[in-house]
Design a protein. Structure first.
Length: 501
């Protein structure tokens, strides 16, 4: 078994290199893999675009090797094709040299003039082997390609770092990227994701069995990642089997966030949910809630007493809680009570500069849900890491918590190094209260005894699925009401009726 589901695995460039080597060592020649790779790109083009004047930009390594194959295959299919090679063809080595020798069409100098009259550009300059920033000759070519032409990237748009989606000096913006065997983190992480265009993952003859020894730690988030741990509704089940989520409210004028979180926890299946707050807040909450229970709880000591009932097994602290010592004390009380905790929003800001106390006092599952600003306050020492994924993984290792680094490419990281990258969130999710709903969803799944990493991954994916297709006008309340639809979509995926993943 691999740490992440084999179908959803994302491979770093080093891991992909191992997959290639294991396959070649297993008896499939490198030239066969390269021929399969080039054919897959050509087929993806032929399936989408009419015959047209095409330029294939070939780099000095095996990515360029794929390019010579694409050129030959498109020419065979009736395209008018020329190649332009970054390095002298005579200097090519290995499989790439073999494929270049099989090309019997024009090879133009690597100059912007080569683009004249060509409407389709195949970018086969660099893929997994990108080792440094692009030089001026390549940047000039990218600029000359401009926006009027269609770009198809082989493996990755040149300039995108496959490991983390960062850009090395500049990068092509592709309409279509065809990668091999498995997607790479850089396809899903911004800014790389914005350069990737439509992503096709092609089978080039590498057996999924190589993943056993590679044991990748990164995955695209999807139902298969959390299905095994998702709460099952038993015919003879009872609401008390499905946990009790507690969401802590801010003051009387700040109860909405905890109420949203509570309703989301209930919708996602928590058997019981309580929203608690001080005397004034409790009265406001009581005027709004029906299925969610309300309790008056005053201060950290009151919270400790309330949570001493072990049936209240998950707590969401932070939404509109207020920044300061009281919220920090609430976090410590929740940890001491031994329930699973979600710390969000003001809980995270309140912990800035003293978060190590929380990491030491953690007794059960803990999930942190920062956006980038909260993350920087909580983990200032990690802000220099090059990507959001790297920051999330390092923070999870440091805190012992599952870290949900929110954003369009939300990263969910576990202390053991696993990371799920989410890609189903529409931009409409960036709306007030959306984070409160997510925190409540995670709390509701923790209450149902789901392990923290899978609970967080499931909540993030369902949050995206709930928003998908709604369009403009989505508000946080809609998300909660659409959770049953999202749950149904997840079930359909798992029955193989939805899209892969
Ligand atoms: N392995 C396999 O069997 C299979 C691999 N496949 C394909 O191979 C690709 C990986 O091939 P790869 O490892 O040769 O790396 P690649 O991306 O071609 O670049 C390396 C070359 O670029 C150069 N270079 C790097 N950065 C540069 C820069 N900024 N500016 C200028 N030069 C730069 C670098 O030079 P060096 O650093 O050595 O000086 C080296 O010459 C992979 O993405 C997939 O498409 C498929 O065919 C399936 C089978
Ligand atoms: K490329």
């Amino acid at each position: 078994m691999t740490s992440v589901p084999a179908d959803l695995a994302l491979l770093t460039t080093e891991e992909m290199g191992r997959a290639d080597r294991l396959t070649i060592d297993g008896g499939i020649p490198g030239t066969t893999l390269m021929e399969n790779a080039g054919r897959a790109v050509a087929d993806a083009i032929l399936a989408r675009y009419p015959a047209q004047a095409t330029l294939v930009l070939c780099g000095p390594g095996n990515n360029g090797g794929d390019g010579w194959v694409v050129a030959r295959r498109l020419k065979q299919a009736g395209f008018d094709v020329a190649c332009s090679a970054l390095a002298p063809v005579a200097a090519l080595r290995g499989d790439a040299a073999v494929m270049a020798a099989r090309w019997n069409g024009p090879v133009l100098p690597f100059e912007p003039a080569a683009l004249d009259g060509r409407t389709l550009i195949v970018d086969a300059l660099f893929g997994a082997g990108l080792a440094r920033d692009l030089d001026s000759a390549v940047l000039r070519m990218i600029e000359a390609v401009g926006e009027g032409r269609r770009v198809v990237a082989v493996d990755l748009p040149s300039g995108v770092n496959g490991d983390d989606g960062t850009i090395r000096g500049g990068a092509f913006t592709a309409d279509l990227s065809v990668t091999f065997f498995r997607a790479k983190p850089g396809h899903l992480l911004y800014p790389g994701r914005a350069r990737t265009g439509q992503l096709v993952v092609a089978d080039i003859g590498i057996s999924p069995s190589v993943l056993e020894s590679i044991d990748p730690k990164a995955a695209r988030n999807g139902p298969a990642l959390f299905a095994r741990h998702f709460p099952v509704l038993r015919q003879d089940g009872h609401k008390y089997d499905r946990g009790h989520t507690v969401t802590l409210s801010g003051g009387a004028l700040h109860t909405g966030a905890a109420r949203l979180a509570a309703r989301a926890a209930l919708r996602i299946g928590s058997g019981l949910v309580s929203t608690i707050g001080d005397a004034e807040a409790a009265r406001v909450i009581a005027a709004h809630q029906t299925a969610v229970m309300v309790a008056e709880v005053d201060g950290p000591a009151g919270l400790a007493l309330f949570l001493s009932d072990r049936r209240r097994n998950a707590a969401v602290i932070g939404p509109a809680a207020g920044v300061g010592d009281t919220t920090f004390a609430h976090c410590r009380m929740a940890l001491a009570a031994g329930c699973a905790c979600v710390f969000d929003a003001d809980a995270l800001t309140s912990a800035a500069g003293r978060a190590d106390i929380l990491w030491r006092e953690r007794t059960a599952d803990l999930v942190l849900t920062p956006h980038d600003g909260e993350f920087a306050r909580l983990f200032p020492q990690l802000s220099g890491l090059p990507s959001r994924a790297a920051r999330a993984v390092a923070a999870a290792k440091e805190s012992g918590a599952v870290v949900v680094l929110k954003g369009a490419d939300c990263c969910i990281a576990a202390p053991d190094g696993r990371i799920a990258i989410n890609d189903n969130a529409p931009p409409t999710l960036a709306t007030a209260g959306s984070g409160d709903v997510l925190a409540g969803m995670i709390g509701g799944l923790l209450a149902q005894h789901m392990p923290a990493f899978e609970a967080a991954a499931a909540a993030v994916w369902l949050h995206g699925a709930a928003a998908e297709g709604f369009g403009r006008g989505l508000i946080a309340e809609d998300l909660v009401e659409r959770l049953p639809i999202a749950l149904q979509i997840a079930e359909n995926h798992l029955r193989g009726r939805g899209q892969a993943g």
